[in-house]
Design a protein around this ligand. Structure first.
Ligand code: IPD
Length: 288
């Protein structure tokens, strides 16, 4: 019920504040970090320490809920119908290591596999995004998303600010599809491109989704991110009347385990803009 969801949102906000203090006081060095899948898939001691603190606090309050976190995930684990905390202790680990202040903790709750509560907190800027399904999305507790003024209706792709991410896989089909798609988005019309205003790769999926929810980015496209990267931001996006679909053309429905996403901000003409974007997607992403 709503009261319990509000309690969970408040618990998330308090845990996010504690996590933020840990993140701000940490001094990550390349020596204190390591890599997982390859030399650019990074993790630090702080990621692990924050996840431990967060899982202990959340599960002691809600022992019957499941927990999925980036640092303790075991391959093959599936998200079930059970209420599940889905957590990225540091989204933007590469930024964190480099001191680029686009870093957050992402705390999500899925119920019946549907993103239901989301809190995303960037301790470097103090930006706190919160949402409960059906209750709207907010910046710093009271400012409703999207932020005003929201340009309405959505202009075409040629006037869009678009966010894309490289991810950590730098070879193979998906890397080729990404680079060719980035080119098709950016290139001038005479080169056969859409000539978007510009592309951004900011390094945090959760904050990217919040920026789309806020109306600061028009679209965000990525293949390769995980449920913990998107669960919290997805609730915030939906509650700001943004739309999430598959990164691959034609996929109007997507889910927490699909790993391919296209998010578009609120505005009349969302579906047309998505179709225009899909027209630039240079092949099929296979991840997921
Ligand atoms: C990553 C960031 C990045 C995105 C990757 C994510 P992490 O999360 O969100 O922007 O491109 O797909 O894995 O590793 O910093 O938690």
């Amino acid at each position: 019920d709503l009261k319990q969801l509000e309690e969970i949102r408040d618990l998330f906000v308090s845990v996010a504040s504690d996590a933020g203090a840990m993140i701000l006081s940490a001094r990550p060095t390349m020596g204190g970090s390591g890599s997982k899948k390859n030399s650019v898939d990074l993790v630090t001691e702080t990621d692990k320490a924050v996840e431990k603190m967060v899982s202990e606090k959340l599960l002691s309050a809600y022992p019957d809920f499941a927990f999925v976190g980036e640092e303790t995930y075991t391959p093959g684990t599936r998200i079930t119908e059970q209420p599940t905390f889905i957590v990225d202790p540091i989204d933007g680990t590469t930024n964190f290591i480099h001191g680029f202040p686009y870093v957050c903790i992402s705390l999500g709750l899925a119920v019946g596999r549907v993103p239901t509560v989301g809190v995303v907190f960037n301790p470097f800027t103090g930006a706190l995004y919160t949402a409960i399904r059906g209750q709207g999305a907010f910046l710093n507790g009271t400012t409703r998303l999207p932020l005003n003024p929201t340009p309405e209706p959505l202009a075409g792709l040629g006037s869009a600010l678009v966010c894309v991410e490289w991810g950590s896989d730098r070879s193979g089909n998906d890397y080729r599809v990404k680079t060719e798609t980035f080119k098709a988005l950016c290139a001038a019309k005479e080169e056969g491109g859409a000539m978007v205003h510009s592309l951004r790769s900011l390094g945090s999926a959760a904050l990217n989704l919040c920026a789309v929810a806020a109306g600061q980015l028009d679209l965000y496209w990525e293949g390769g991110c995980w449920a913990w990267d998107v669960c919290a931001g997805w609730t915030i996006l939906s509650e700001a009347e943004g739309l999430m679909v598959d990164a691959n053309p034609g996929g109007w429905e997507t889910g927490l385990e699909e790993r391919r996403y296209l998010a578009v901000r609120k505005g009349e003409g969302q579906r047309e803009l998505i179709e225009e974007f899909w027209g630039c997607v240079a092949g099929k992403l296979e991840v997921g």
